[in-house]
Design a protein around this ligand. Structure first.
Ligand code: F6P
Length: 372
């Protein structure tokens, strides 16, 4: 029977759904009945802390437990119940233009005896996977990001759990907002994509939802809020995506630091909007930033199930030696697409068909019979 060694790593921001994907990739790879059918004995090695693990591995000691860990069925048995990533993650970039160590990564994969690599990540991690694949590495990808901004897949692991955090947060804020007759502004993550704000706002019934894909007018926001008060509302919930901005303005950034993939850390728009509301309407307004709470907690049922499907599908790709691909969910089916296709991004909200620009909210017509 042939022997085959698979590495698995998780890169970029953590989220719920990653551990279920690791568990099911391991279970599928090590399955004894399948091994007989495949006539191949697979082995799985976890790489710790994303690409950093492969960058920093000591090639003279390839079983160094600071950077790698053998993954057994027994070890991963309970992993689908946990959030985050038990392998650890980092935003390290082997192709960092100021310090390219991609050859070290390729050599270290060789010292580890890896025949293939499963990379679980968003556009940054999968962008590295694509470049490695072009450099001849056998790699496949699993999409995860609470931003849900990868093209070619209708789902990225972590999104539903993060959206549940938005809903739970808004539910909790409603009672205090109502008691005090306040407006509450809730800032969500999502980077340049509005999915988490829009779908989280739709799920929680937010009064106003501001997304990066549609610059907003503060005057219009205040007008809508005063309309709400005039029609008897005691309080309003405004959801604002961290990447949203007022017309003529620019994205709010926390500081000027740029990570190795060229991203700035967004944040601060929620407080800006809250102040402008209080000033423009006279209504007492508070803001809250959900921040990393959205990435935390146990995976919801959907992320456990999708993690399972994606993990198994990634191993199917490896078994079929169908490299350079990412598993995807499209039209209700688990499938696979070339990594290139998943990186023709970002996949953003289509304002024309998915957003109501007059109400700053989700659409009130699903079948396209009205414009709003
Ligand atoms: O890409 C996922 C994400 O959570 C974004 O929504 C957010 O802007 C960013 O990561 C935050 O990154 P960090 O965890 O490095 O602060």
């Amino acid at each position: 029977m042939e022997r085959y060694r698979i590495g698995i790593l998780t890169g970029g921001g953590d989220c719920a759904g990653i551990n279920p994907a690791i568990k099911w990739a391991v279970k599928s790879a090590l399955d004894t009945r399948l091994a007989a059918e495949r006539d191949t004995q697979y082995e799985v090695v976890g790489i710790k802390n994303g690409w950093e693990g492969l960058m920093n591995l000591d090639p003279s000691n390839p079983s160094d437990t600071d950077h790698v860990i053998p993954l057994t069925e027994e070890l991963v048995r309970t992993w689908d119940r946990y959030g985050g990533t038990n392998l650890g993650t980092s935003r390290a970039n082997p192709y960092n233009p100021t310090h390219d160590v991609s050859q070290t990564v390729i050599q270290n994969m060789g010292s580890l005896g890896l025949d293939a690599l499963i990379a679980i990540g968003g556009d940054d991690t999968l962008g590295v996977a694509l470049r490695l694949s072009r450099d001849g590495v056998h790699v496949v990808g699993i999409p995860k990001t609470i931003d849900k901004d990868l093209p070619g897949t209708d789902y990225t692991l972590g999104f539903e759990t993060a959206m549940n955090v938005v809903v739970e947060g808004v539910d909790r804020l409603r009672t205090t907002a109502g008691s005090h007759r306040r407006v509450f502004v809730v800032e969500t993550m999502g980077r340049h994509a509005g999915w988490l704000a829009l779908e989280g706002g739709e799920s929680s019934g937010a009064y106003i939802i501001l997304i990066p894909e549609c610059d907003f007018s503060m005057e219009r926001v205040n007008e809508l809020l005063l309309d709400g008060r005039r029609s008897g509302a005691r309080y309003e919930i405004v959801i604002v995506a961290e990447g949203a901005k007022p017309s003529g303005g620019s994205e709010f950034v926390r500081d000027n630091r740029i990570d190795s993939f060229g991203h700035m850390s967004l944040g601060g728009i929620g407080e800006f909007v809250a102040r402008a509301i209080q000033q423009g309407t006279g209504v007492e307004t508070r803001s809250i930033v959900l921040s990393h709470l959205q990435r935390g907690g146990v995976p919801c049922a959907y992320d456990r199930r999708m993690g399972r499907y994606f993990g198994i599908a990634a191993v199917d790709l490896v078994v079929g030696k169908d490299f350079g691909k990412m598993v995807a969910f499209r039209n209700g089916q688990v499938t696979a697409i070339p990594l290139e296709e998943a990186l023709r991004g970002p996949h953003l909200v289509d304002v024309e068909t998915q957003y109501d620009t007059a109400r700053y909210n989700g659409r009130r017509s699903m079948l396209g019979v009205h414009s709003g």
